[in-house]
Design a protein around this ligand. Structure first.
Ligand code: FPP
Length: 240
C-alpha cells in the first residue's frame, strides 16, 4: 500500500450515551472509554501509525456539570499514574496539547512527568488534547506572531501558512492524515481546525466505548485506499 498514514486523530464521542443506554452514570461511559483508548493505542502501534491524537477534553467541556469535570480529570490522573510505565516501556512518547494553565496543579504535574519521562521515545507519539480548542489555539498563535512583528523579529510579508503552523501546539507533529469521529455526529467541534484542512474525515455511528480494534483497523485500511489530491488532478498525484 503506497499511502500509509502517519497521523490519525480521533474525537472519542458517545461515552455519555453509551452509559445512559445502560442506565449507568455518565462517568461509567468515560471509564469504558479509557479501555477503548488502551485498545486503539495498541492497534495504532500494530498498524505502524507514528502519531495518534485524541480529543480527551475540550475547552467547552469545562462547562459540563462540575462532578463530570472532576470525574474526567480524575480518570486522566488515574490513567497517567497506572499506564505511564507501560507506555514508556513500549516506546510511546506522550504529549499534551491545550491550555495548560487551566489545569489543576496535580494534573499539570503528572502531565509534565509523563512528557519528561517519555520525551525520547520514538515508536509512537500519543498526543492528548486536554483543555484544547482549535480557535483558542489559533488565537494564541496569532498573538505570538503579532508580538514578533511588534518586536521587529518578523515582517508582515514573511507570514506564511508555515508561520501559523509553527506557532500551534502541534508544531512538532505532521498534520493528521485521517480524522475519525465516533457516535454518529458529523462535526469537527473545534478540533485541529487548521491541521485537518486536508485530512480524510470518517464518521462512524459506533459509540466510543464500543469502538473496536477491528473497526479501527478496517477504517484505516479503507481510507488509506482513497486518493488524496491536495487540489491537484489525479494524473498529477499518480506522477508524484
Ligand atoms: C465524549 O463523550 C467524550 C469525552 C468528553 C471525554 C473522552 C474521555 C475519555 C475517553 C477518557 C479520558 C481520557 C484519557 C486520555 C485518559 P460524551 O460525554 O460527549 O458523550 P455523549 O455525546 O454521548 O454525551
Amino acid at each position: 500500500m503506497t499511502n500509509i498514514f502517519k497521523h490519525i486523530a480521533i474525537i472519542m464521542d458517545g461515552n455519555g450515551r453509551w452509559a445512559q443506554k445502560r442506565g449507568l452514570p455518565r462517568l461509567q461511559g468515560h471509564r469504558q472509554g479509557v479501555e477503548t483508548l488502551r485498545n486503539i493505542l495498541e492497534e495504532s502501534g500494530d498498524l505502524g501509525i507514528e502519531f495518534l491524537t485524541v480529543y480527551a477534553f475540550s475547552t467547552e467541556n469545562w462547562n459540563r456539570p462540575s462532578l463530570e469535570v472532576q470525574g474526567l480529570m480524575s480518570l486522566l490522573k488515574i490513567y497517567l499514574k497506572n499506564e505511564l510505565k507501560t507506555l514508556h516501556k513500549k516506546g510511546v512518547c506522550v504529549r499534551f496539547i491545550g491550555e495548560r494553565d487551566k489545569l489543576a496543579p496535580d494534573v499539570m504535574k503528572l502531565i509534565t512527568q509523563a512528557e519528561e519521562l517519555t520525551k525520547d521515545n520514538k515508536v509512537l507519539t500519543f498526543i492528548v488534547a486536554c483543555s484544547y480548542g482549535a480557535r483558542q489555539e489559533i488565537v494564541q498563535a496569532v498573538k505570538e506572531i503579532a508580538q514578533e512583528v511588534l518586536a521587529d523579529k518578523l515582517n508582515v510579508d514573511q507570514i506564511t501558512p508555515e508561520t501559523i503552523s509553527s506557532h500551534l501546539y502541534t508544531k512538532d507533529f505532521p498534520d493528521p492524515d485521517l480524522l475519525i469521529r465516533t457516535s454518529g455526529e458529523q462535526r469537527t467541534s473545534n478540533f485541529l481546525l487548521w491541521q485537518s484542512s486536508y485530512s480524510e474525515l470518517y464518521f462512524t455511528p459506533t459509540l466510543w466505548p464500543d469502538f473496536s480494534r477491528e473497526e479501527f483497523r478496517n477504517i484505516v485500511q479503507e481510507v488509506q485506499g482513497r486518493e488524496r489530491r491536495h487540489g491537484l488532478i489525479s494524473e498529477q498525484v499518480k506522477g508524484l
